[in-house]
Design a protein around this ligand. Structure first.
Ligand code: B12
Length: 139
């Protein structure tokens, strides 16, 4: 049977580990092969993992400390070098402060992030949807 692979990690400046472990556990329980890079993962490290696992359906980046945008600023240049050419999904607490604005999310999309999610429970359905679209040749 085809094993589905995802690459998971927490953004470069971020040491929050709990959700990362829970997500890895949940996806593994659903049969995914999870390549978990853990906390403080740079864009280059995500790219290296994707080179090593080119079959990965998506790269999942968590960020809790509010610095998702700064930590993912190298994503466009990685893409320009032909790296990380798969869906990148970002989730967590994505900007500094308790008052969140839509601009905080929009600027992540300007970096080339495919999906921004607030809650990890949305991941299985989003991964299924992306896999269906890839099968249909739409991603
Ligand atoms: C535990 C904790 C810590 C621990 C982390 C220990 C560890 N090894 O993990 C320690 C003490 C080290 C810590 C440090 C810091 N923390 Co802290 N921490 C927390 C705390 C209390 C809980 C986080 C947690 O584990 N939650 C449990 C998990 C399951 O929930 P979650 O992380 O929210 O994840 C959910 C969603 O966010 C989302 N999600 C998370 N990751 C992903 C990934 C993907 C791909 C997807 C789709 C979804 C997703 O789904 C999850 C389930 O719903 C929160 C406050 C809180 N109550 O949330 C602050 C909090 C995250 N920390 C905060 C801050 C500011 C810091 C520090 C900067 C403090 C400091 N001045 O030093 C440092 C940052 C260090 C760093 N370099 O990152 C802020 C962030 C504020 C912001 N974004 O504006 C928070 C919100 C506290 C606050 N209210 O101010 N922290």
């Amino acid at each position: 049977m085809h094993t589905r692979t995802v690459i998971l990690g927490v953004a470069a400046s971020d040491s929050h580990a709990v959700a990362n472990h829970l997500i890895a556990h949940t996806l593994r329980a659903r049969g995914f092969h999870v390549v978990n890079l853990g906390t403080c993962t740079t864009v280059d490290e995500f790219a290296a993992a994707h080179r090593a696992h080119p079959d990965a359906e998506a790269v999942l980046v968590g960020s809790l400390n509010g610095h998702a945008y700064e930590d993912l600023r190298d994503l466009p240049s990685a893409r320009a070098r032909g790296l990380l050419n798969c869906p990148v999904i970002v989730g967590g607490n994505l900007s500094v402060g308790s008052h969140k604005q839509s601009a905080d999310i929009e600027r992540l999309y300007t970096l080339g992030v495919h999906r921004v999610l607030g809650d990890a429970s949305e991941l299985p359905a989003v991964l299924d949807e992306l896999a269906d679209r890839a099968t249909a040749g739409a991603v």
